[in-house]
Design a binder for this molecule. Structure first.
Ligand code: HEM
Length: 108
């Protein structure tokens, strides 16, 4: 079964809009990666101030391949002297999961 990688972003309240706009501006950057299955940006409503960047992949290899290549481009790779806007997030942590059970609504 698939694997889930969640990037947990700590985002100060006044930076939420900036963060969401930046994600909006980068829509489509992960969609065609081999083994990519799902992405959701989850905005906290209650119980936490952390945004979750939920991604699901066919397997660990697909995720690693994306991380080593396209992901860096999608995150503007840093360095190289380029002017880089200050991140809206003040911290990030990567969580890894295996999907053990799943369900989706019955069709028809
Ligand atoms: C689960 C895999 C992912 C990892 C490990 C990851 C890594 C990171 C990290 C470390 C940051 C912190 C802020 C920074 O330095 O820019 C960040 C922010 C960001 N990521 Fe990702 N990311 C992941 C998935 C994605 C996906 C799928 C997208 C695009 C659809 C994306 C787009 C962005 C954007 C727009 C920011 C906001 C930068 C800011 O203003 O704080 N990320 N990501």
């Amino acid at each position: 079964m698939s694997i889930v990688k969640i990037n947990v972003l700590t985002v100060p309240a006044e930076q939420r809009e900036v963060l969401e706009q930046r994600f909006g501006a980068r829509a489509g950057t992960v969609d065609s990666a081999d083994g990519f299955e799902w992405f959701e940006l989850l905005r906290p409503v209650e119980g936490t101030d952390q945004y979750l960047v939920y991604t699901r992949w066919r397997d660990e290899e697909s995720f690693q391949a994306w991380m080593e290549g396209p992901m860096k481009a999608a995150h503007q790779g840093g360095g190289e002297g380029g002017e880089r806007p200050k991140p809206a997030a003040t911290g990030s942590t990567l969580w890894s999961f295996e999907v053990v059970q799943q369900a989706s609504p019955k069709k028809g």
